[in-house]
Ligand binder design. Structure first.
Ligand SMILES: [Zn+2]
Length: 474
């Protein structure tokens, strides 16, 4: 089976950042086997030819930080600082979820991704710690067809507790058993269906340390496991309200989240640090020296008002930065096109400099940047011969993107993720004409997701949060 995409505005994001205005892409099996210009290169033959005139073809967008269970709870966290949101909304919801809730959230998360041009995302797990719940989140992703990096969470309650002010996260295993279990499930699921890539999620941030969700020993042993298996470890890093958890943690430890990792001797190139908002200069230098990477989530950070990432300083230090949405419970949209626009605008506004971040830089972050941060840049993140055929095609022949005479800017600043027309993942067409291919139950997923989310919100005692209108002004 071979597919030839023709007459697209091809944005490769390869090492030379080639753009081919009237280009073709040949896909054979799950690989890209040719890229050329319709104007100057002979067209190869293929069993299927798809004409993409008026469209932009690019590497599928890669969401570097997401929690798919959050897809059920969009618009439940409005008006709360991160610490209040965590204690009042997230943890109560987390504790009430069943495996069937996780399963329907995984279907919804996969569908919303493909329908906004995202071919791969990191699913940072927070409450999936047995075989049945892991299957509940991975199997739907495989069925709908997305690529997924699964950040398998590891938990260990510190003894004595890091803080007695907050309740501990439930954890039923000893440190030794937790490490052995993570080792076993990573081996079992890594490479599944050619589209599941395993990693670890070990919390190191102030909020999570204060909640006793993690321990020094776990962080050290987790790094050992990641080094043994060549895995990435993701976390939540330097996120939180400066005068709340960030200050509390600093008062207890004498430094920030990255300082803490450095002191443990645990800051390695395995880390994919999500957020990284409040890093001091010495912490940025340490991240760069270690070869760790960062995922910036500007809309999520704006939603909970915890800060603006020092992207300018991190790029200057040579840190690779990818782009993410965070869970859609703290963003409300999985749309990576929206994230790209916001990433540019918030950085330029912060520095009052319209030249600081460009739409091209945003595309790099959302493709090859995220791929590198997640350790899958040898497979995806750019359109290059030999890489997996994960491709998103956006329709720019729309009222809101016309006149698209600067196509890359039109994509980032005028278009929406829902303008995606065609998506290929691992060489398979998963979306065509904006409609899912090979998955028929989309509307049934929406109905069950609504039903299950409503019930979970009720069980968590949060119904009043979703029925308030015109909240009283502060
Ligand atoms: Zn997160």
């Amino acid at each position: 089976m071979s597919i030839l995409l023709t007459h697209a505005y091809v944005v490769t994001v390869d090492t030379e950042r080639r753009v081919i205005p009237d280009g073709w892409i040949l896909i054979e099996g799950n690989l890209i086997t040719g890229i050329g210009s319709c104007a100057t290169d002979p067209l190869p033959t293929a069993s299927e030819v798809i004409d993409l005139k008026g469209m932009l073809a690019m590497p599928g967008l890669i969401n570097g930080h997401n929690h798919h269970w959050g897809s059920l709870f969009k618009n439940t966290g409005e008006g709360l600082l991160l610490e209040d949101w965590l204690d009042q909304v997230t943890i109560p919801l987390l504790m009430t979820l069943t495996n069937e809730d996780l399963r329907i959230a995984a279907y919804l998360g996969a569908i919303e991704q493909i329908k906004t041009g995202t071919t791969c995302s990191l699913n940072h797990l927070v409450n999936v710690n047995d075989d049945a719940s892991l299957a509940a989140i991975i199997e739907p992703a495989v069925e709908v067809g997305v690529r997924q990096v699964v950040g398998k969470e590891m938990r260990h309650t510190p003894s004595p507790p890091f803080s007695t002010k907050y309740p501990a996260f439930p954890n039923s295993r000893s440190l030794e058993d937790e490490v052995a279990y993570a080792d076993e499930v990573v081996g079992r699921w890594d490479g599944h269906a050619g589209r599941i890539h395993m990693g670890l999620a070990i919390e190191t941030g102030a909020n999570w340390m204060l909640h006793n969700a993690t321990s020094d020993e776990l962080i050290i042993e987790g790094v050992r496991l990641a080094q043994k298996r060549g895995l990435k470890i993701t976390n939540h890093c330097a996120a939180g309200t400066p005068w709340l958890s960030v200050r509390e943690f600093e008062a207890m430890t004498g430094g920030g989240d990255v300082d803490y990792l450095v002191r443990l001797g645990a800051l390695t190139n395995n880390w994919t640090l999500a957020h990284s908002l409040h890093l001091k200069g010495r912490e940025i230098d340490a991240v760069a020296r270690a070869g760790a990477t960062v995922i910036t989530n500007p809309v999520s950070n704006a939603y909970s008002c915890d800060g603006i990432a020092p992207v300018k300083e991190m790029l200057k230090a040579g840190i690779v930065i990818g782009l993410g949405t965070d869970g859609t419970y703290v963003n409300c949209s999985p749309d990576m096109v929206e994230q790209m626009k916001f990433a540019v605008l918030i950085q330029n506004l912060t520095h009052l400099d319209p030249t600081l971040m460009t739409c091209e830089m945003a595309i790099e972050m959302a493709t090859i940047g995220s791929a590198t941060a997640l350790g899958i840049d040898h497979l995806v993140g750019s359109l290059e011969v030999g890489k997996r055929a994960d491709i998103a095609v956006f329709d720019l022949d729309t009222a809101h993107s016309t006149v698209a005479n600067r196509q890359i800017a039109a994509l980032v600043f005028s278009a929406h993720g829902t303008d995606v027309d065609t998506v290929l993942i691992d060489g398979q067409i998963r979306l065509r004409g904006g409609e899912l291919v090979g998955f028929e139950s989309e509307k049934a997923v929406f109905a069950e997701a609504t039903e299950r989310a409503t019930a979970a919100i009720d069980r968590a005692g949060l119904t009043s949060r979703v029925f308030q209108h015109w909240r009283p002004r502060a």
